[in-house]
Design a protein around this ligand. Sequence first.
Ligand SMILES: [Zn+2]
Ligand SMILES: [Zn+2]
Length: 449
Amino acid sequence: MSTPEPLVGGASDPAELLLRDVRALDPREQLDSRLDVLIRGGLIAELGEAGSLTAPDGAETIDGHGRLVLLPAFFDPHVHLRTPGQEHKEDLETGTRAAAAGGYAGVLAMPNTDPVVDSAPLLGSLREAATRQARIPVGFLAAITRGLEGEMLSEMAELTGAGALGFSDDGRPVASAGTLRKALQYQRLCGGVLALHEEDPTLSRGGAMNEGAVSAALGIAGIPTVAESTMVARDAALAGYEDGRVHFMHLSCAGSVQSVAAAKADEIRVSAEVAPHHLLLTDEDVRTLDTRMKMHPPLTAESDRQALIEGLRSGVIDCVATDHAPHAREEKEVPFEQAPMGTTGLETAFAALHTGLVLPGILGLGLLVERMTAGAGLFGLPVSRIAAGAPANLVLVDLDARWVAGEHGWESRSENCCFAGRELQGRVLVTLAAGSVAHRDRMLTMVEA
Ligand SMILES: [Zn+2]
Ligand SMILES: [Zn+2]
């Protein structure tokens, strides 16, 4: 049986494009120079000194005037595309359009849909639909346990054969250590990363926000950070014992960063991600009871936020993932405690992190780009890069452009973005994914004029 393509979908008209005089920045290639970048047939055909290349007949030229910045396109290993079953929140087309607008050339979709992606036929039909509908390439994870019920394992080997890139019960933890241990034993036979949503339900049950001074002041039941960190420690120990490979999703607190650091020091095969909202917001932002500030795991304390930033900087946390979690307006327009958890994030991730961490000098731009692209490698996929011969997975950004998040609407079907209304600096102008132009921003013409 042939191995299925890991990612499916994306436009199929290979770009013919000259990006003239752009600042090309790729930390993995030790590249940061003003260049002309010629794209032919969807591949990076040639890199030349600024002003040295000419566009062949029929190719479009975009002039960066030495000011626009070309980066390897981002990769998000954790998004919710809500298909099948919840297309009123998002679908394969709108979700990947949002990703393209955010500068992403690939995303991994979570299986907590309705029905849950826990069988090979369902995964097959989803991949088939994505081939037709997705604006950028998408990969799919399948459930660790049937129906996300935390008991019987899914047919992991069969799902791997059908194209699952890994397994996750995201939305819920694998509460039973015994079940996770069995999944780690199966992983040895069938491969695929186990991506874990870490939460001890006996500690988190009933909570709607982070437990601390703010939850006490608001009188809202809290979720203690140990609900996450104790599970990270447990599962790192299990992964070490079974020599498995686990990926910790959306870390939200200092204790979890410490556990991941300890596991890595012990050479246990773990990786971790952090979401922009946990890097930029805290439970103080929940005081307004804006339901867009309600996520899973919740926004935590400033000391946790600082530990997450340091973890991302040092590499204990490998990558940024948005955990893009769309919900319809009427679902979020209810009292805080009843609202579903989740924020959208694909369209704001780069600009929000550039504004909140790069501009104040907390993280370098190169490091942010490294962490926004690294997710692909964690799942065994090629990481985008700016090099002659590589497929064009590129994003052109204007680091000076200021815009108000959500002011002109969203590409996503949902608008529950925690950064809505904030002024951000840094704008994605063009995204090339797998060699095709996947997004072209309305601000591009203004820049070129
Ligand atoms: Zn989760
Ligand atoms: Zn999630």
